[in-house]
Write a protein that binds this ligand. Structure first.
Ligand code: ZN
Length: 193
């Protein structure tokens, strides 16, 4: 995706829920005050899964939470976001085996800076899986290029997010989609006004 299609705002914990969503998209009057819907990409259930905006032709939503921060992303079509707290954590090597496929592991694990590759790759893969609504293993595909493909799925553009210090993040969306990202400290809890 073109960099200028990905609009990222860092919002420090002042806007929540619908007020935050209204910084991204015009909410039709009839939708105001309604709870967000949910839909599970795997089973179609409506009591869990990703949030959906409650009006016709609304853009798709993805949210991610980590350690005191939240990310909200809206775009047409498939979209997924992931943010993670990076840095020292236990069992980094096990995390590497969980994130990287054998070829990626072989290529990256020997580098001195392998830890700094690991978290961005994790968020890129997690964003891709969320965009597709899949729960397959991250080690079953590669994410080496900006246009990334999970087997059997259409390719999506993956963009790293400019995140607050100590966080990494990525968003996956259709290559032509305009992507709107809001990163806030604290929970989003997007329910009602
Ligand atoms: Zn489900």
């Amino acid at each position: 995706m073109n960099e200028d299609r990905c609009d990222v705002w860092l919002v420090r914990g002042t806007l929540r829920g619908w007020r935050l969503i209204e910084t991204v998209v015009a909410v039709p009057p009839q939708a105001r005050g309604l709870p967000l819907g949910r839909r599970c990409g795997a089973c179609g259930g409506t009591d869990h899964g990703r949030p959906i905006l409650p009006w016709t032709d609304a853009p798709s939503v993805s949210v991610s939470y980590t350690d005191g921060w939240s990310a909200l992303v809206l775009a047409r079509g498939r979209v997924g976001v992931d943010i993670e707290r990076c840095g020292e954590r236990p069992a980094l090597d096990a995390l590497a085996e969980w994130v990287w496929n054998p070829a990626e592991y072989e290529e990256r694990r020997g580098r001195d800076d392998w830890r700094s590759c690991l978290f961005p790759d994790w968020t890129r893969k997690e964003a891709l899986l969320k965009a597709h609504g899949l729960s397959v293993s991250m080690a079953s595909f590669e994410v080496g290029h900006r246009l990334a493909r999970v087997p059997g799925m259409p390719p999506l553009a993956v963009t790293d997010l400019a995140s607050p210090p100590g966080l990494v993040g990525a968003v996956a969306a259709a290559p032509s989609a305009a992507v709107r990202v809001r990163i806030v400290s604290g929970p989003i809890t997007p329910r009602r006004y």
